[in-house]
Design a protein around this ligand. Structure first.
Ligand SMILES: [Ca+2]
Ligand SMILES: [Ca+2]
Length: 148
């Protein structure tokens, strides 16, 4: 009796763990990671999009398309988003106050299409712009000596 009860408990915990695991899928997670959890044919194409050439194995959610946050290493999720980027640059990006930092255009895309990131994301040690220009021309680099 005790053993069967234990088995039932283990089974329930296992199911709970599996459900919890599937809920931890986040935008930008690699497709390979999904495949471990879900069958590939369970990926809903209306919710998930492959990043495509140059970013094999990566995907993004439809919500992260044109949101001025780079999810694909090939920037596929932020391409062809001129109107969205323009609107986000004019408003307070992500609803946060401050002057946004305007990124360079994605190579091969409309040079007028420049996405904005939070001003505080400039020189914060993490690449946020498609070309990484938010982390260029940053002072305080360890490679140069300060005034002595
Ligand atoms: Ca995005
Ligand atoms: Ca940054």
């Amino acid at each position: 009796m005790e053993v069967s009860r234990l088995l039932v408990l283990c089974f329930l915990v296992g199911v709970a763990c599996a459900i919890n695991k599937s809920e931890r899928i986040k935008p930008g997670d690699r497709c390979n990671k999904y495949k471990e959890i879900l069958h590939t044919d369970q990926l809903d194409p209306s919710k998930y999009q492959s990043c495509g050439q140059g970013a094999e194995g990566e995907c993004y959610t439809m919500r992260s398309k044109c949101d001025s946050i780079v999810d694909c290493t090939n920037n596929a999720d932020e391409k062809g988003c001129k109107d969205e980027h323009k609107e986000q640059c004019e408003k307070d990006f992500l609803g946060k106050p401050g002057v946004p930092f305007k990124c360079q255009a994605i190579e091969g895309e409309d040079p007028e299409d420049r996405m904005c990131i939070l001003g505080s994301w400039e020189c914060n040690g993490k690449v946020d712009c498609p070309n990484g220009d938010d982390e260029q021309n940053c002072s305080g680099s360890t490679s140069t000596q300060p005034n002595l």
